[in-house]
Design a protein. Structure first.
Length: 344
């Protein structure tokens, strides 16, 4: 059976001996940083999770130790999925000695740090609303606190601007603004690249019951995104919105990301094991803000969210579910014959 959404790749072969992962403990009591004093570091705490306080901005995701663990797991999962690629960080053909690279919404900064290690020639900037919890970065990596929706003040034109998992961060109008700023701040011929996941959980072999919470997860959160005014279907809209901003020569790669170590293929098995950790640790942080603000039919209580998340986590542990979600990577170029005022 082939995949869904026009994906012509074959279904992932199942490892019939897989009996589930016991290594992941689910809830961990993450330690919070207590020595920092600035209000930006302190953030805002709600329902037991810490959120950015840089601006009065409705970004749904927590910026706390637990969510940074989730981001790290996501980073490793994408590296493993591209294990056989020469370059596991991006597909944009930027040559071997780029000078300036930007990672918007860098989160924990893992991609920016790896890009700085990969390209000693480049200064790699990672920008986020919340300061990344990183003590040391390579000398050519700069992690900054800023809002991508403000006027950009970086003077250097970039060879590559990268974004990953920014779904639901912006309204459609804000996305237009972000892509336009990317366009204006790239060198002629420079590249934009974005990686976004599809929040819907699927199976190709019917192992995911239609009435399961996991089958309902995607529609539940797509609804929250719609109601919040910041849709979560960024993976389906990003290429068109990039092209609207002037980008050309768009390419895409669609990944099936297994959740759980159920695939037979060793690389997909590893990716699935890491993705199960990604999901198990991420569920509460992904769910809490969206459901308590925009849940259906009315906003949920935090207790309702915790009970829901515990049930979803328990479904995730079922080794008989051969489940995955899609992730889409799109990369596109600023035309060579376009120059941005004041930059060259
Ligand atoms: C789901 S995380 C993904 C982090 C990282 N890109 C990764 O792949 O691990 C999204 C990040 O985007 C950041 N973000 C949201 N809105 C932003 C904005 N307006 N400007 C800068 N960063 C933003 C959030 O603070 C969060 O750290």
């Amino acid at each position: 059976m082939t995949g869904r959404d026009g994906d012509s790749s074959p279904a992932i072969d199942v490892d019939e001996d897989y009996e589930g992962d016991s290594a992941w403990g689910g809830d961990d009591s993450a330690s919070e940083t207590t020595s920092v004093t600035s209000s930006i570091y302190r953030g805002l705490t709600e329902n037991g999770r810490r959120y950015q306080s840089y601006r009065d901005h409705d970004y749904w995701g927590p910026s706390d130790e637990k969510q940074f663990e989730t981001m790290e797991a996501g980073h490793f999962m994408y590296l493993v999925l591209d294990y056989h690629e020469q370059n596991r960080l991006h597909r944009a053909p930027i040559g071997e000695a780029p000078q300036h690279i930007l990672d918007i919404g860098t989160g924990k900064g893992s991609w920016a740090i790896d890009a700085a290690d990969t390209y000693p020639s480049a200064t790699v900037r990672g920008v986020d609303l919340y300061p990344p919890p990183i003590g040391w970065v390579p000398p050519n990596c700069v992690l900054e606190v800023d809002d991508a929706l403000q006027e950009w003040t970086w003077r250097e034109p970039f060879d590559l601007i990268h974004m990953r998992l920014l779904l639901g961060a912006f309204t459609p109008e804000e996305w237009d603004k972000v892509y336009t700023q990317c366009f204006e701040n790239l060198k002629p011929g420079g590249w934009i690249e974005q990686v976004e996941l599809d929040v819907r959980v699927m199976s190709d072999d019917g192992s995911l019951p239609e009435d399961s919470l996991l089958a309902g997860w995607g529609p539940n959160f797509l609804g929250c995104g719609e109601r919040s005014g910041r849709p979560l279907n960024t993976q389906t809209t990003m290429q068109e919105t990039m092209e609207k901003a002037g980008f050309v020569d768009a390419h895409e790669k669609l990944y099936k990301c297994p959740i759980g170590a159920w695939p037979k293929n060793p690389q997909l098995k590893d990716a699935g094991a890491i993705n199960l950790e990604h999901w198990s640790s991420g569920l509460e942080g992904w769910a809490m803000w969206l459901l308590t603000k925009h849940g259906s039919p009315k906003p949920w209580t935090s207790e309702e969210v915790r009970v829901y998340v515990a049930k979803v986590r328990s479904e995730l542990q079922n080794p008989k579910l051969h489940i995955y979600h899609y992730t889409r990577r799109v990369w596109a170029r600023k035309p060579l014959n376009t120059s941005s005022p004041g930059r060259n």
